[in-house]
Design a protein around this ligand. Structure first.
Ligand SMILES: *[C@@H]1O[C@H](CO)[C@@H](O)[C@H](O)[C@H]1NC(C)=O
Ligand SMILES: *[C@@H]1O[C@H](CO)[C@@H](O)[C@H](O)[C@H]1NC(C)=O
Ligand SMILES: *[C@@H]1O[C@H](CO)[C@@H](O)[C@H](O)[C@H]1NC(C)=O
Ligand SMILES: CC(=O)N[C@H]1CO[C@H](CO)[C@@H](O)[C@@H]1O
Length: 328
């Protein structure tokens, strides 16, 4: 790991773009964020009462939780107070075969920066939750004036977290607040917007970490050939579960982009744990589980993926080689 880290820094300097020479990855800390994120998939009442079994017990002393929810696009997230941090987490949603097949590529202008465009669907999902998010955030900042803010999300939730971070940063500046967004972790997030948007995001959040599990298909969407780029520094876990701290700025050719197939089961399993609220569901509906397999007809989105088409691998037509040919 040390060697990879050194290579990483070397690349920074080489590109004359020193961001942070202290960028490290701590699996334990990533696990904290994974579990913050997992709760966002639970039923809203169980989030509010912080009563979702082992998943909530992981951060048993979470306080003052407010659920962000909007039925328009089934968006959900929450804000809570934990260890002097205001935690903001967003869940992914409606991820099924249909979602992948009908993935729309439409971009809209993002007015905060020049030439910035972002995915319309991700922006809409963010907008669904933004009023509630700011009302609660404002309240929390009054209640906990010395707290810092940390943000996370999985899948679509990671895309929403990306937009939310930029918006919250601007809000903090406008309000002359000293609170900082201090940490940002996402798991299996898709690309959110244009390279200009990514540059803008990275200039504000050089510490953002984007965790990728092996062949996670969602990380490869929307494809780069349609003008989408990835934020942050990728932390890529390979098939053996060894991770690399990847090169910043563009997608590191030695990380997940080098693979030419994607997998949906890799999308719903991070750090050897499910990304969703499955454990809670198992406690609530034990009759539905035999050896950890859900046998009831109503499955969560993630389980539907795993059950139906997910064991298979899907070719990706966005490999570096392919891009080169299309540019020529
Ligand atoms: C839900 O989302 C819609 C569309 O973005 C928005 O108009 C509405 O205000 C949101 N509802 C709440 C309770 O925030
Ligand atoms: C990757 O992980 C495997 C098994 O966990 C280990 O044996 C191997 O040495 C690791 N490879 C590298 C390059 O770290
Ligand atoms: C990718 O890995 C190869 C082999 O380990 C190495 O030679 C090359 O420099 C790496 N490329 C980047 C951009 O890190
Ligand atoms: C906190 C927790 O449940 N972590 C689990 C993550 O996955 C590993 C491997 O399956 C388990 O050993 C941990 O208990």
């Amino acid at each position: 790991m040390k060697i990879l880290f050194l290579i990483h820094i070397f690349i920074f300097i080489n590109l004359d773009f020193v961001i942070s020479d202290e960028l490290t990855f701590d699996i334990k800390r990533a696990m904290d964020f994974l579990f913050y994120q997992k709760v966002s998939y639970c039923p809203s009442q169980s989030i509010e009462q912080w009563d979702c079994g082992t998943i909530c017990k992981f951060h048993y002393d979470m306080k003052d939780v407010r659920v962000l929810t909007n039925s328009t696009n089934a968006a959900q997230g929450y804000i809570g107070y934990h260890n002097n941090y205001i935690v903001i987490a967003f869940r992914g949603t409606q991820l099924n075969k249909n979602w992948l097949n009908n993935f729309d590529l439409i971009k809209v202008n993002y007015p905060k920066c020049q030439k910035c465009t972002i995915h319309r669907g991700f922006f809409r999902t963010y907008i669904d939750l933004s009023d509630q998010m700011f009302t609660n955030l404002q309240d929390m900042l009054i209640k906990y004036p010395n707290s810092q803010i940390i943000i996370t999300g999985h899948s679509l939730g990671g895309a929403v977290a990306t937009i939310a971070a930029v918006e919250i940063q601007e809000f903090l500046q406008q309000q002359n607040k000293n609170n900082l967004i201090q940490e940002f972790y996402t798991f299996g997030q898709p690309r959110v917007g244009s390279q200009e948007f990514v540059d803008y995001f990275n200039s504000i959040f050089p510490f953002a970490l984007r965790v990728v599990n092996n062949k996670d298909i969602v990380v490869r969407l929307p494809m780069r050939i349609f003008g989408y780029a990835h934020i942050g520094t990728e932390i890529w876990f390979d098939q053996q579960n060894n991770y690399s701290i990847c090169q910043f700025l563009s997608e590191d050719p030695n990380c997940s982009i080098k693979l030419n197939t994607g997998s949906t089961s890799d999308h719903v399993k991070y750090l050897d744990n499910s990304t969703s609220c499955t454990e809670f569901d198992m406690q609530q509906n034990p009759q539905c589980y035999i050896n950890g397999e859900n046998i009831c007809p109503h499955l969560s989105d993630n389980q539907v993926i795993e059950k139906t088409f997910l064991k298979q691998e899907i070719p990706i037509y966005d490999s570096p080689q392919k891009i080169q040919t299309s540019i020529q």
